[in-house]
Design a protein around this ligand. Structure first.
Ligand SMILES: NC(=O)c1ccc[n+]([C@@H]2O[C@H](COP(=O)([O-])OP(=O)(O)OC[C@H]3O[C@@H](n4cnc5c(N)ncnc54)[C@H](OP(=O)(O)O)[C@@H]3O)[C@@H](O)[C@H]2O)c1
Length: 275
């Protein structure tokens, strides 16, 4: 396994198991993407919400790497679901990225009043060949069942908050049983799990950093990861997870750290925040 290792999604499209997230990368997005591509990353995760699709597109062009070698994910924001402007939102994302297709287009949050309608728009985009794969994010089992009830295309991916303190095992199993791959957002728990005693002890044992232990655990758990950093040294550090493996006992230790703790918003109460 290496940075080039890919998962085959349920429609045959290949998705690198390791990517760069760019939420809150702000003005540093372009450089972070350039640094990641130089380090060998070939998968970038952005969203309309992050307000940096244009910088992602510019960095990819400037890198000189052929577009088709890079896997680009972006996401449909909640307001566009509520307002019925899903197709316009997708066109805007393509325009900002300056691309004629994305590799993966996701529903960012399962806005209840517009979930099924939005999925139908994503299916249209998919059938037009402008997204090579489509999926969802922040979907619990009941949201997935709603999507599946109207779907002619099964979501390829569910991107959910997932880290050692929120391991999401039941939801991951549910997704995998439906042939839906899971991507972890906040795979480092936004940096807040890195001082955990068990993780620090494993870092010392393997001669790796806490971030590498966490990301390696996720990769071994069959989860796609998109850690975010705007620092070149960390971007390189985070990718250093393919030259060692956690043994079965240590995987068990890592799996035992779960506290069902969300650092971000839970899908159960995001609507009350009026996003
Ligand atoms: N679908 C969704 O609703 C959703 C929600 C949230 C995030 N996401 C996606 O998931 C990506 C990752 O999640 P995230 O950004 O929330 O959190 P994360 O990747 O778990 O953690 C990022 C934080 O950890 C720090 N960090 C990165 N590498 C480190 C290292 N090696 N050692 C110490 N600290 C390190 C970063 O700081 P520096 O940048 O200063 O290095 C940043 O503060 C996002 O960028 C976004 O693409 C999706």
């Amino acid at each position: 396994m290496d940075l080039n290792t890919k998962k085959v999604l349920n429609n045959g499209v290949e998705m690198p198991v390791f990517g760069l997230g760019v939420y809150k990368s702000a003005g540093e997005t372009k450089q972070a993407v350039l640094d990641a591509l130089e380090a060998g990353y070939r998968h970038i995760d952005t969203a309309a919400l992050y307000n940096n699709e244009q910088m992602v597109g510019e960095a990819i062009k400037e890198s000189g790497i052929p577009r088709e070698e890079i896997f680009v994910t972006t996401k449909l924001w909640n307001d566009d679901m509520r307002n019925g402007t899903q197709m316009e939102a997708f066109e805007k994302s393509l325009h900002l990225l300056d691309m004629d297709y994305v590799d993966l287009y996701l529903i960012h949050w399962p806005v209840s009043s517009a979930l099924e309608d939005s999925w139908k728009v994503l299916e249209q985009i998919y059938k037009e060949g402008r997204a090579r794969a489509i999926g969802v994010s922040n979907c619990h089992m009941e949201h997935l069942m709603r999507v599946m009830a109207v779907a002619s295309v099964v979501p390829a991916v569910n991107q959910i908050e997932c880290h050692p303190y929120l391991s999401q095992k039941p939801l991951r199993t549910f997704c995998n049983n439906l042939s839906i791959e899971v991507t972890a957002w906040s795979p480092l728990g936004r940096g807040r799990v890195l001082e955990d005693e068990t993780i620090m002890a494993l870092a010392a044992k393997y001669g790796k950093t806490p971030a590498q232990i966490v990301l390696r655990w996720e990769v071994q758990e069959n989860i796609i990861v998109i850690p975010k950093s705007v620092h070149k040294a960390r971007i390189i550090e985070n990718a250093g997870v393919f030259d060692f493996a956690l043994d079965a006992g240590d995987m068990k230790l890592m799996n035992g750290l779960n506290k069902d703790l969300h650092f971000g918003t839970s899908p159960d109460d995001f609507e009350s925040k009026q996003w």
